[in-house]
Design a protein around this ligand. Structure first.
Ligand code: FES
Length: 154
């Protein structure tokens, strides 16, 4: 997305919230939904638009794990590293995932297809190791099922 386009999206979101800085978290959430992530230009535009110091915008944007200052992939992968999944072999699944994608946990593939993250228990322990891709839950994952599961996403 072009910088001009990003700034336009910010403007639209700020208008929707009537420039009310008390809902900064909601504003950043909506802006991220529109732009995919929160690049520097977007945070600067938000700061200007709201008349709020950039440092305050950054502190909110970096405090919440849901916000990303880096581009994210179209598909967000969460590998569960909770205790039950760990016992059932999640480490090997995560290693295979990193290997298959050619990235480390926390990174995004260069084609912006996948972002790989870990999560601590998603409440489906009996089906571990669990991998969540977008809205889809994949249970009883093994290193062998990583490749076939990833092939379902384009
Ligand atoms: S520990 Fe993975 S779902 Fe509970």
């Amino acid at each position: 997305m072009e910088v001009k386009e990003l700034k336009e999206k910010v403007k639209q979101v700020l208008q929707k919230y009537q420039l009310d800085e008390s809902v900064l978290v909601d504003i950043l959430h909506d802006i991220q939904a529109e732009c995919g992530y929160l690049p520097k230009e977007v945070l600067e535009e938000t700061s200007r638009g709201l008349g709020v110091p950039l440092s305050r915008i950054y502190s909110v944007a970096t405090f919440f794990k849901a916000f990303s200052l880096e581009p994210r992939g179209r598909h967000l992968i969460h590998v569960c590293t909770g205790t039950a999944c760990h016992v059932r072999g999640t480490v090997k699944v995560l290693e295979k995932m990193e290997q298959a994608l050619g990235i480390k946990t926390g990174e995004t593939t260069s084609d912006l297809k996948f972002t790989l993250e870990t999560v601590n228990c998603v409440g489906a322990c009996a089906l571990g190791p669990m991998v969540i891709i977008g809205e889809n839950y994949h249970g009883e994952m093994t290193p062998e099922t990583v490749g076939p599961v990833l092939e379902n996403y384009n």
